[in-house]
Design a protein around this ligand. Structure first.
Ligand code: AMP
Length: 188
């Protein structure tokens, strides 16, 4: 089962994705995590992505689609993947659909994590003091929210037009939200 978690930065996709991956016995894949690792270890991918990420902008679609292609080619991805924040532009949504179609698969569920802007700013501020992520500083956060509004929200509409989107109220306790996630996924 292929599941995409969509939503603004700080919506809780990472936390809920990890729980869902464990519950379903599927791998979780987050382009943000992969890119951060690449930056940390100084691979060519990391060198390309570093400045763009630190500024809070999106890295190129070609780069992301290459990474998705590699991920889907892994044997562990054959039964499904929980994609956490992996599709953030329309070309990425189209590319992902084509790559899944090559495997006679489709995105079975799209879970949209809905959370207010005030809550996001609050959560990212707290995360910055806990994790020290360079892109959680106020200027980068602002750019990430603009990237989300301009480039990623249209992705939600793209999937809505094709069906299979469930909106998850992402305010509440971790367990409470996970119950909503589980219900959404078991509804099919
Ligand atoms: P995240 O941890 O998901 O917030 O991602 C951190 C950063 O990695 C983003 O602000 C982007 O710079 C980059 N990134 C992660 N996933 C993507 C994607 N699918 N498309 C473009 N950029 C991405």
């Amino acid at each position: 089962m292929y599941i995409l978690l969509l939503g603004p930065p700080g919506a809780g996709k990472g936390t809920q994705g990890a729980l869902l991956a464990e519950a379903l016995g599927l791998p979780k894949f987050a382009t943000g995590d992969l890119l951060r690792d690449a930056v940390r270890t100084g691979t060519p991918l990391g060198l390309q992505a570093k400045a763009v990420m630190e500024a809070g902008d999106l890295v190129s679609d070609d780069l992301i689609l290459g990474v998705i292609r590699d991920e889907l080619a892994k044997p562990a991805a054959a039964a499904g993947v929980i994609f956490d924040g992996v599709v953030r532009t329309i070309p990425q949504a189209e590319g992902m659909a084509a790559l899944l179609a090559e495997r006679d698969a489709r995105m079975d569920h799209v879970l949209f994590f809905e959370v207010s802007n005030e809550e996001i700013l609050d959560r990212l501020g707290r995360r910055r003091s806990l994790e020290g992520r360079a892109d959680d500083d106020p200027t980068a956060v602002e750019r990430r929210l603009v990237a989300y509004r301009d480039q990623t929200s249209p992705v939600l509409e793209w999937y809505r037009e094709r069906g299979g989107v469930t909106t998850i109220n992402a305010i509440g306790g971790v367990e409470e939200i996970f119950d909503r996630v589980r219900t959404a996924v078991s509804g099919s």
